[in-house]
Design a protein around this ligand. Structure first.
Ligand code: HEM
Ligand SMILES: *[C@@H]1O[C@H](CO)[C@@H](O)[C@H](O)[C@H]1NC(C)=O
Ligand SMILES: *[C@@H]1O[C@H](CO)[C@@H](O)[C@H](O)[C@H]1NC(C)=O
Length: 381
């Protein structure tokens, strides 16, 4: 009796559900697609909504409305990450785990996974908390001890001289007092350069001219100017990003990789998707094709090499000791062996283990493009 009634009950239920949602035969979302016949595969595909998809899609959608940050929400110098937080791809308070930052960069801008990992782990190791696994995309000044007049410290991506550095295209140098808010004069300069070199659009030619111009401006006015180590390659990469990630993914043909000034203003100044924005049509960031265009082929151009002002303004000297676009392994060795080791000289317990884990992620993000020798400053686990 029971053996018969159970299947009958099941059939009855299936019919009810089927009638309600239009003849859907359940295909569990977690079920493997291996070994299905062609017909079964077609049937399954018609039922499943892809969660992983690497093409263009609407990202300014109803689940991700723009909301301006509140007084306790932290924002920093990166227009990409700020946009992701303002639309809820990242926690709106601006504090996130490395995994959340990597996933959000991929979901919201189609940033490629290697670049997202590299940037995130550089940022997290310098500015984040390896024990709680949290990083602020902005940063707050907070006291390091209980004394209200005692020493205070900024942390998060806003911290100058960590990931954040000089000669940004649309943010001022820290020396002049604000290294992270959008700067109207600098944005107007970006527009001016786009008119002069890009026919009104920001393209890779504009990126090159503006990149060098900003370096020159900083050398001439900022006595503490520095463009060393990873800042040398992030400065050139970030000049490419607007062409690869701020341009609507439906654009192709002659205007591909050409950013119009209205969306440029939306991202750089308002940190908001243009209405109905589609992310890029393929994973990208800055690569072996785009970076050489921005770098150009004139090694005598100031800023082509990494370096800094050594004795006040206009005293730029090339200095590749922390690595550069031309020597990623020198960057890696300096970063791990000197920089991180300097921040955490003798970690123990969970801090040591977590530093090792994050250093491994950093190395992994570099290893498909470089042959650097892995370093273990805190021993092997
Ligand atoms: C999601 C895709 C991303 C986009 C579209 C993007 C875009 C940009 C752009 C265009 C700039 C240059 C701003 C300027 O020079 O005026 C920049 C700067 C910056 N980005 Fe991102 N970025 C992305 C992901 C990331 C990630 C994953 C991190 C690290 C966790 C990061 C950290 C930064 C920082 C710290 C700066 C400031 C550097 C400086 O100018 O001093 N970004 N980003
Ligand atoms: C940028 O635009 C200008 C003006 O149309 C054009 O001459 C230049 O070739 C473009 N650069 C690239 C890399 O497409
Ligand atoms: C890394 O080393 C391998 C083997 O020696 C070589 O085939 C490969 O081209 C190298 N890759 C780079 C980026 O130097």
């Amino acid at each position: 009796m029971i053996e018969v009634s159970l299947p009958l009950k099941f059939v009855a239920l299936a019919i009810t559900v089927g009638t309600l949602v239009g003849n859907v035969i359940a295909f569990p979302e977690y079920q493997s697609l291996g070994g299905l016949s062609r017909r079964e595969m077609a049937e399954a595909m018609s039922k499943l909504t892809p969660r992983v998809y690497q093409g263009a899609k609407l990202v300014d959608d109803k689940d991700h409305p723009f909301r301006a940050p509140g007084p306790n929400d932290q924002r920093g110098p990166c227009p990409g990450l700020n946009t992701l937080a303002n639309h809820g791809y990242l926690p709106r308070d601006g504090v996130a785990t490395p995994s959340q930052i990597i996933s959000a960069s991929m979901a919201g801008f189609n940033m490629d996974i290697q670049a997202a990992k590299l940037a995130t782990y550089i940022g997290h190791l310098l500015d984040g908390n390896p024990v709680t696994d949290l990083l602020s995309i902005g940063g707050k000044t907070s006291r390091t001890g209980p004394d209200p007049k005692g020493p205070s410290k900024v942390s998060g991506l806003r911290t100058h001289g960590t990931f954040e550095g000089d000669a940004s295209m649309t943010r001022g140098d820290d020396f002049f007092g604000d290294n992270f808010n959008p700067n109207r004069k600098l944005f107007d300069q970006l527009k001016e350069f786009s008119k002069r070199y890009g026919g009104g659009y920001y393209n890779l030619t504009v990126a090159r001219e503006l990149r060098y111009h900003r370096i020159k401006q900083s050398i001439d006015t900022n006595p503490t100017f520095e463009l060393m180590g990873h800042r040398h390659f992030t400065a050139f990469s970030e000049a490419v990003f607007p062409t690869s990630m701020f341009v609507d993914g439906r654009v192709s043909g002659p205007l591909a990789a050409h950013l119009d000034m209205k969306p440029a203003e939306s991202f750089f100044m308002n940190m908001r998707y243009p209405r109905g924005f589609f992310r890029a049509s393929k994973p990208g960031s800055a690569d072996a094709e785009s970076i050489p265009v921005v770098l150009g082929n004139d090694p005598t151009r100031v800023g082509f090499q990494a370096g800094r002002n050594v004795r006040g303004v206009k005293t730029f000297v090339a200095d590749g000791s922390q690595g550069s676009l031309f020597s990623i392994c020198t960057f890696y060795e300096f970063f791990v062996g000197k920089r991180i080791k300097g921040i955490y000289p003798n970690p123990t317990g969970v801090l040591r283990r977590n530093l090792n884990m994050n250093l491994q992620f950093l190395f992994d993000s570099l290893s498909d493009q470089t042959n650097c020798t892995q370093m273990f400053p805190y021993g092997r686990d």
